[in-house]
Design a binder for this molecule. Structure first.
Ligand SMILES: Nc1ncnc2c1ncn2[C@@H]1O[C@H](COP(=O)(O)OP(=O)(O)OP(=O)(O)O)[C@@H](O)[C@H]1O
Ligand SMILES: [Mg+2]
Length: 259
């Protein structure tokens, strides 16, 4: 089973939108899919209730910890034993023990981020948390960022986040546009891969780099600011420049040049 955690402590960054679209994509490929909603708002589970009965089933689980509870049951207690793809939709504000528990469960961690300065700053803080207290550095989980609700005028806003991600060797897998298709899909309990192929061609194209990454594809070698906004951090001159500038984790685990 592959477990994908969709998380950002910043509210409204697109966690549920990404979770539901991933779940519906894998379900539509006949992969046994489960979606665990850790958010007390229950948005993913509400979306599941809207799913038409003739569409591929997705198992939904309410994973919101009861008030006061710290340790949760193992995942196996929540989902069918033959689950192949498990998506964890995290709530806003995740930190502390819950953050550590989710990181422990994940094979892949996806961080959607919206292009406002406030969102980007909060996301950089969250990534810091993920590394310094969340246990990512000692886990085998792969981490990547997805730019969400991107408009044609958003690119400049990502520059500071991109600098930070370069230092951490985190790829930005793709840019998801601000599109009504995502809203239309949510309203019907669907993902864009279950809607008309021609109408959703752009949305499908922008989501596919995520699936490729989950299926083991390494982000494009030549990548900084390519069409799909994939950054190749290892080879890029930009990355080396940030390294030279000391924009990295120092031996005490703190970030140089980033507060
Ligand atoms: N790419 C997009 N295009 C258009 N609307 C979007 C897009 N992504 C998200 N939205 C809308 O933005 C709002 C917030 O998105 P979403 O619920 O996915 O965020 P979230 O991170 O799960 O929020 P929360 O932190 O409250 O759980 C929703 O109304 C959603 O439909
Ligand atoms: Mg949500």
């Amino acid at each position: 089973m592959l477990t994908v955690l969709v998380i950002n402590s910043k509210g409204g960054s697109g966690k549920t939108t990404l979770s539901t679209n991933l779940a519906s994509y894998y379900a539509s490929k006949k992969c046994k899919t489960a979606l665990m909603d850790y958010d007390s708002q229950g948005s993913s589970l509400q979306w599941l209730k809207l799913r038409p009965s003739h569409i591929e089933k997705i198992h939904g689980a309410n994973a919101v910890p009861p008030k006061g509870a710290v340790i949760q049951r193992s995942i196996q207690a929540w989902i069918p034993t033959d689950t192949e793809m498990l998506i964890l939709d995290a709530p806003a504000g995740t930190k502390g023990l819950l953050l550590q528990e989710l990181v422990r469960k994940a094979n892949y961690i996806l961080i959607p981020v919206a292009p406002s300065p406030i969102d980007i700053h909060a996301t950089a803080d969250f990534i810091k948390d993920l590394y310094l207290t969340g246990g990512v550095r000692s886990s085998t989980a792969k981490v990547a960022v997805v730019a969400n609700r991107v408009r044609s005028d958003s690119a400049a806003m990502y520059a500071s986040l991109e600098n930070f991600l370069c230092a951490l060797k985190l790829p930005i897998l793709t840019s998801i546009s601000d599109s009504d298709r995502y809203l239309q899909a949510v309203a019907k309990g669907l993902g864009v891969f279950e809607m008309d192929e021609i109408v959703t061609a752009k949305e499908r194209r922008e989501l596919l780099p995520i699936m490729k990454w989950l299926e083991g594809h390494v982000p494009n070698k030549n990548g900084i600011r390519t069409e799909s906004k994939v950054i190749n951090l290892e080879d890029s001159r930009k990355w080396k420049a940030y390294r030279a500038d000391g924009f990295s984790l120092n031996p005490t685990g703190r970030f140089n040049h980033y507060n």
